[in-house]
Design a protein around this ligand. Sequence first.
Ligand code: CP
Length: 317
Amino acid sequence: MRHFTSVAQLGDLNEAFKKAKHVKENPFADQKLGRNRTLLMIFFNSSLRTRLSTQKAAMNLGMNVMVLDVNQGAWKLETERGVVMDGDKPEHLLEAIPVMGCYCDMIGVRSFARFESREDDYNEKILNQFIEYSGKPVFSMEAATRHPLQTFADMITIEEYKKTEKPKIVMTWAPHPKALPQAVPNSFAEGINLTDYEFVITHPEGYELAPEFVGNARVEYDQDKALEGADFVYAKNWAAYSGENYGKVLSMDRSWTVDTRKMALTNNAYFMHCLPVRRNMIVTDDVIESPQSIVIPEAANRVVSAQTVIREILLGL
Ligand code: CP
């Protein structure tokens, strides 16, 4: 593996889960693999889990790690080609990227959707420039359309907790006061569509995801109906994708909040969320604090997913 931008690049899922299990059980077995190798982590957006888990994963592999918050302490970057740079941005991404590539062996990039242009976001303009111009392997730490390290951790967690071969997974939209990208739900849908699990996506009308991510999932607009018999409830907010509404908040309907009544409709489902989560908007206190909530083991598996992916990239260097 050279670049990692989508869970589809994991290849055979059973093999990927086996590698993840090996990494989880033997976190320091490959300390020599990363010796004298440097990971540069670039953040255009905030992070808690991705920052810490990816750094921990790289350190477990013996790597050196450098972290750059683009918006704190670096020169402000121009990202558009052809701009007369007479404003407040003294450096262009097209020089910054190859320069960053000179200082490391691998680059992790976090660059969210900007909601200025759906075309730019869905063409992964920033991430793809790193792939094109850095000269180094690049992996996504959440880009405009996908969050594959999160999805891989989610899938590892489902593998660990599932009680049947083909669990019913329900991904439900839930309300949030601000517009959030579709990267997590897109990526989760992409990942679950690679399995033979039963998969239902539920959301209010207007929140349809891009068809290429919905894939074979059943879309159900009645949240109660969707949740019936679920083995896993994956809650997430996202802003509208469709047409002129791209990037807009269309609803803050708190009847979509995951609460105990909703969870009672399920097959004693596990509750999942990628975090950070707004309590009593997305999920009530009692659900997230219940024994069925697996948000912490899910977050813990972020180290496993990152370490499995970075290990594969190191093996290809
Ligand atoms: N789930 C996730 O990616 O968390 P952070 O935004 O804190 O990294």
